[in-house]
Write a protein that binds this ligand. Structure first.
Ligand code: NCD
Length: 307
């Protein structure tokens, strides 16, 4: 039995197969419409979510399966003091696969240790968000035709943004990747990540201004300032509008740069940017459904013949 806790749980070759499958699902969805008939996905979400939970549910429904679960810790037995280990043992009796989001780093990993069914980490605190990374990689690979040779700008809350941590982890396995980390000093990427990059000899810069880096970027990954992870509201208010990507700033960017965002967006991308062909964040959300369909099939070991 296999779980997904971290994007590195899949080798580069396995990811290639997963993305090929996701692209096949995109072009022939009807071929997969009954693939999970009789199977159930449980979504155990102890933290708010729209995209991740609903895209998991849409993925399972598109495969002909069914879904059950909870979207809020207050409506689960966690509010009575049940541990995630006990909860997953129970869920294992009800469902065939589980996607779990939790505010505590490592909680889905603890659950996986006691689970009778595959567990997918759907975001654990400020730590990892592997299915968002699969979504990001599929988007980049589908629109650019490759996953190497990029200068990648990551902008916003690089300290608490789990999507950023997972994406960096995943991208460094491809050749010729350079990072520009764009953040206020208070929201810098954690030292454990920059230490790891230094150790691996991967080039990165840390800067404060978005404008200066814009012309160098092949990919710009914007992120929201993570209000729920701040210890005090004042710091959040001071930093929340530090970056606002608008048409004027974008005028310095390459014509073929992609703008990605895991969403939800707050103010960091002005809505006037949405119509720019480089803005692919809504397409990215659609790729998130295809890649989650491919992931469910892979973890359940379901193969569709005559691909
Ligand atoms: C992200 C998350 O939950 O970490 N959202 C998502 O899953 N698409 C990013 C965020 O909440 O800002």
């Amino acid at each position: 039995m296999r779980h997904l806790m971290n994007p590195l749980d899949f080798s580069v070759e396995e990811l290639d197969r997963l993305f090929d499958l996701a692209n096949d699902i995109e072009s022939s969805p009807q071929k997969y419409a009954h693939a999970c008939e009789g199977k159930k996905l449980a979504t155990c979400f102890y933290e708010p979510s729209t995209r991740t939970r609903l895209s998991f549910e849409a993925a399972m429904l598109n495969l002909g399966g069914q879904v059950l679960g909870f979207s809020d810790a207050a409506s689960s037995s966690a509010s009575k003091g049940e541990s995630v280990s006990d909860t997953i043992r129970i869920i294992s009796c009800y469902a065939d696969i589980c996607a779990m989001r939790h505010p505590k780093e490592g909680a889905p990993m603890v659950a996986a240790g006691r689970s009778g069914i595959p567990v997918i980490n759907a975001g654990d605190g400020g730590h990892q968000h592997p299915t968002q990374t699969l979504t990001d990689l599929l988007t980049i690979r589908s629109l650019k035709g490759r996953l190497g040779s990029f200068t990648v700008g990551l902008c916003g809350d690089l300290k608490f943004g789990r999507t950023v941590h997972s994406l960096i982890n995943a991208l460094i396995r491809y050749d010729d990747i350079r990072f520009i980390f764009i953040s206020p000093p208070e929201l810098k990427v954690p030292d454990y990540i920059t230490d790891m990059l230094t150790e691996k000899g991967i080039t990165y810069e840390e800067v404060i201004r978005l404008e200066d880096s814009m012309p160098k970027l092949d990919l710009l990954y914007m992120t929201r300032v993570q209000r729920e992870r701040f210890f005090n509201e004042e710091d959040y208010v001071r930093l929340k509008d530090f970056y606002i990507l608008d048409k004027a700033k974008l005028s310095a960017a390459r014509k073929d740069m992609l703008i990605l965002h895991p969403l939800p967006r707050v103010n960091e991308i002005s809505v006037e940017v949405d119509d720019d062909p480089r803005a692919v964040y809504f397409k990215q959300a659609q790729y998130g459904v295809y890649v989650r369909m491919a992931l469910i099939l892979t973890l359940l070991g379901i193969e569709i013949k005559n691909k």
